[in-house]
Design a protein around this ligand. Structure first.
Ligand SMILES: [Zn+2]
Length: 116
């Protein structure tokens, strides 16, 4: 072995996938949390249910999940949640669209993105 061969850097073996791009074709562009964070819940619930009553984060509106005569559905316009003490319907904005329109999670997420 000559002196120059001693100091030649050896080829580094790298597995085939070492520099391959990450395979994220199946990942949606935005996560559900990102979509929910970007949603204006007050306009969402007003568009879905009509005029909301009250001030603050929890508002009242007539429940669409049971035969409601006075506003008993409570909706949170800051966090996008809903809760009815009468029929016990509850969940987040995506759950609302799923329960009301019979959608699966992915379709409800798309519908929620349509509000933005
Ligand atoms: Zn109800």
């Amino acid at each position: 072995m000559t002196r120059s061969q001693l100091h030649r850097p050896r080829a580094v073996y790298r597995p085939f996938r070492f520099n391959a791009p990450r395979r994220d074709h199946h990942r949606p562009e935005r996560t559900a949390e990102q979509v929910k964070a970007a949603t204006d819940w007050q306009s969402f619930f007003t568009a879905e249910l009509g005029e909301l009553r009250g001030h603050g984060s929890w508002r009242s509106v007539r429940c669409c999940f049971h035969d409601d005569r006075h506003p008993s559905l409570r909706v949170n316009v800051k966090e996008g949640r809903y809760w009815c003490p009468v029929c016990e319907a509850h969940g987040d904005g995506i759950g609302f669209l799923m329960q009301r329109n019979g959608l699966n999670f992915a379709d409800a997420l798309k519908a929620l993105e349509g509000y933005q």
